[in-house]
Design a protein around this ligand. Structure first.
Ligand code: NAP
Length: 534
């Protein structure tokens, strides 16, 4: 059995930086185990047509090394999946990480031995590793949600999930294609597939408020400016609750005179992107203010869509703006004006089953050669709970998280010594620009391990009390936010049948969260117990 100081699971943004940090700063012997045959994580699997990041390229990148930042040139305002995949390969090669990654290796079991203070890792290839530390870098959106539709094996067409898209691009041209799902992914894939398909049928359960991305190619001047602004952008992201490079608004929408308010919305709409939701300070907590944003977007959609029935379907919202992760788009609404695109309301006419050449709803039949599921993920806990993770005293993670995840800071789990979670449940994670949350976690974990080595500690474990307190804190932080009103949202586990309906990420802001984490570390990792073998 091969022994390592640390095993990291996953070779996406988190795993790559964690490997670099532990190897270069602490001189540890580290191995990444990765299911895919290359690096990329979410950007390896989500290679569907139109896949692109909603965060701007100048921000959706590592900031831990200025040299790494300056030596890479993004070509567009928002990076495409192929470009992010290339970027992560560039980082991997530049930092010489590949030699410490084992690809095509899926972790199936993690078992802790309290006497030896060691984890055993088992894989699908029947390999066995031992290590002092396990660091989960499995990503928040890595376990695809595939709805169960009866008679799937009868269907003679092709089925794809956007989160597990084949490396060899499927032939979609001139086919009858269906897409289920209109979240951030559906909104990206629909316009691209519409251009290829003979006919595209979109099966929508819930419409989403989408804002234009306003993507463009970056000029050399813009690239140079991003390099000049490196420290300024880093500081802005550091201060922002979501880790984005802009400042928070301090103006209330409802308190702003209507002409001025509309002018600010128009400006934000023309600018495009995720900053639209920061146009005013109270859109996520005040119903009247929120209504002004929803109404503005509804009016925009109705102006774009030619068919009033389609417009009505696309604006039949059951949740306030921003209560689900707001998507951004390129020609999403315009796509529904195409002659080859139909929109079907499956809330009114639910899908019943597959048939040999398509699917059947309660009232209709649809002939399809290809069906694409853009149905999202079992977010934040799905991948973790699909491994068999056994901690101290034979306690299984699956059992103790039956009623919802309990962590200290989203980083540590009681009874699971020396297991660290990067962007785990209970941390700001998916509510942020991910690379900022990832860098903060990688550095916190790395510094914690450094502290342990310095003090000759051989294990760290959070107390149950500290994890209970933090879990309460996570619920407290979201109680005034509209996030709780979108009952089917994946933030709440509402998209997965049987999943506990509990708000999972920490909504108090990455800036505040970072201060809390720093304080815990400065106070000798308050809430944690260390052991030392003498
Ligand atoms: P999602 O937001 O969970 O959307 C899934 C869609 O599938 C929803 O429209 C949902 O309808 C529908 N759906 C789920 N189960 C269904 C079922 N059984 N029957 C019919 N419809 C069903 O997933 P996503 O679009 O993949 O996005 C997930 C997250 O990934 C995003 O919120 C974002 O954080 C991230 N993402 C980021 C980017 C980016 O940065 N570019 C791109 C894509 C995704 P309901 O709403 O009715 O549940």
């Amino acid at each position: 059995m091969n022994h390592y100081d640390a095993i990291i699971i996953g070779a996406g943004f988190s795993g790559l930086y964690q490997l670099h940090f532990l190897r270069e700063n602490l001189g540890l012997n580290v191995k990444i185990l990765e299911t895919a045959d290359n690096v990329g994580g979410t950007w390896f699997w989500n290679r569907y047509p139109g896949s692109r990041c909603d965060t701007e390229s100048k921000a959706y990148t590592y900031y831990f090394s200025k040299e790494l930042y300056e030596d890479w040139n993004w070509s567009e305002r928002y990076p495409t999946q192929p470009e992010i995949e290339k970027y992560l390969n560039y980082v991997c090669d530049k930092l010489d990480l590949r030699k410490d990654i084992e690809f095509q290796t899926k972790v199936t079991d993690l078992i802790y031995d309290n006497e030896r203070k060691t984890w055993t890792t088992l894989t699908n290839n029947k390999e066995k590793f031992s290590s002092k530390f396990i660091i989960s870098a499995v990503g928040c959106l890595s376990y695809a949600n595939m709805p169960v539709i009866p008679n799937k094996n009868k269907f003679q067409g092709e089925i794809y999930h956007t989160g597990d898209w084949p490396k060899i691009e499927p032939e979609l041209a001139n086919k009858n294609i269906g897409i289920i799902g209109t979240g951030s992914t559906g909104i990206q894939v629909i316009p691209e597939v519409a251009k290829l398909a003979k006919k595209l049928t979109v099966f929508q359960r819930t419409p989403n408020y989408s804002v234009p991305a306003n993507n463009y190619k970056l000029t050399q001047n813009q690239k140079n400016q991003a390099n000049i602004d490196f420290h300024k952008s880093k500081e802005l992201m550091f201060q922002h609750r979501g880790g984005h490079p802009w400042t928070h608004s301090h103006i209330s929408a409802k308190a702003t005179e209507v002409t001025k308010r509309n002018a600010l919305y128009e400006k934000a709409w023309a600018n495009g992107g995720l900053s639209f939701r920061d146009t005013f300070s109270d859109l996520s907590i005040d119903a009247d203010s929120n209504l002004t944003a929803s109404q503005f977007i509804i009016n925009k959609i109705k102006k774009i869509i030619k068919n009033p029935d389609t417009a009505a379907m696309l604006t039949d919202f059951d949740h306030p703006f921003g209560s689900k992760r707001p998507p951004i788009d390129t020609n999403y609404y315009e796509t529904f004006n195409r002659k080859n695109v139909d929109l079907i309301n499956i809330r009114k006419d639910p899908i019943k089953s597959f048939k040999t050449n398509g699917i059947t709803t309660e009232k209709n039949d649809y002939e399809l050669e290809v069906l694409i599921f853009a149905t999202g993920f079992d977010a934040l806990t799905g991948t973790l709970l699909n491994m068999n993770i056994i901690g101290d005293n034979n306690i299984s993670l699956k059992n103790i998280w039956q009623t919802g995840p309990k962590t200290n800071l989203g980083l540590l789990v009681p009874n699971f010594p020396n297991l660290f979670l990067i962007t785990g449940p209970g941390s700001p994670a998916v509510l942020t620009n991910m690379p900022r949350a990832i860098e903060q976690h990688v550095e916190w974990i790395g510094n914690c391990i450094k502290y342990m080595l310095k003090n000759d500690y051989d294990s760290i474990q959070t107390t149950v009390e500290a994890a209970d307190d933090w879990t309460e804190n996570v619920q407290e932080a979201v109680k005034d936010n509209f996030f709780l009103s979108a009952k089917h949202s994946w933030y709440l586990g509402g998209n997965i049948p049987g999943k506990p309906k509990i708000f999972i990420p920490y909504a108090g802001g990455l800036n505040k969260y970072r201060e809390i984490c720093d304080l815990v570390a400065q106070n000798d990792y308050r809430g944690c117990i260390f052991t030392k073998t003498t």
